[in-house]
Design a protein around this ligand. Structure first.
Ligand SMILES: O=C[C@H](O)COP(=O)(O)O
Length: 224
């Protein structure tokens, strides 16, 4: 593994199992496993949970999206300054379930940089990973959309997309770290991803929908 610490980033999406008390249960599990293992485990809860989660737990909290707006007359948007003030360490940008234009992604990366928010730009293949890397985010997270929420792991079903994305990102901007996601569910999936050159994984359903999220998280970090 590289010098960079691996990141396990758990996106709670808008799953019922990731709201309210459930979000706290997952955050507490993440904090316990992070402390035990020394692996950084982040959580991307619903916007309304960013403040309570970031103020109760030591784990890094991420927004699921930001809009590249400045304070002013906007309605129904996510103000990056507000996300930062609520305690977010970083933000997803262009998640497969919240796609943006290239110009919007660029603007979001720039505003995140200005506010000292870590930017995690999601992509769907190696070409878009290269394009995202050119914008200089902290992370590119490649996720084949057809495997998201499928229970079939990208690490096993499509390791080539991980390898190609790592190479594409390195060739464009070696400072950009790569994550991968879609169907990640075990320590073996994480190890394959890291062995292919990523700095960790972005995942959701295997933790959020688990009866015992702590046990799944413990397995996810077990081979790091
Ligand atoms: O943000 C997380 C990804 O979309 C992966 O979701 P998944 O782990 O449920 O496949």
């Amino acid at each position: 593994m590289d010098m960079v610490s691996p990141l396990i980033l758990v996106n709670l999406k808008t799953y019922q199992e990731g709201m309210g008390r459930n979000a706290h249960r997952i955050a507490a599990a993440a904090e316990t496993v992070a402390q035990e293992s020394g692996v950084v485990i982040g959580i991307a809860p619903a916007f309304t949970e960013i403040h309570p989660i970031s103020h109760h737990y030591a784990i890094p909290v991420y927004a699921q999206h930001i809009d590249a707006i400045t304070p002013g007359a906007h309605t129904g948007h996510i103000l990056p300054e507000a996300v930062r003030a609520a305690g977010a360490r970083g933000t997803l940008i262009n998640h497969s379930e919240r796609r943006l234009t290239l110009a919007d992604i660029d603007a979001c990366v720039q505003v995140a940089r200005r506010l000292n928010l870590e930017s995690v730009v999601c992509t769907n293949n190696d070409s878009t990973s290269a394009a995202a890397a050119a914008l200089g985010p902290d992370y590119v997270a490649v996720e084949p959309p057809e495997l998201i929420g499928s229970g079939v792991s990208v690490s096993k079903a499509d390791p080539g997309i991980i390898e190609r994305s790592v190479n594409a990102v390195r060739s464009v901007n070696p400072d950009v770290k790569v994550l991968t996601g879609a169907g990640i569910q075990s320590g073996e999936c994480v190890k394959i991803a890291v062995d292919l050159g990523t700095c960790g994984v972005l995942l959701a359903s295997s933790v959020v929908k688990a009866d015992d999220p702590e046990a799944v998280l413990r397995d996810l970090v077990s081979m790091l």
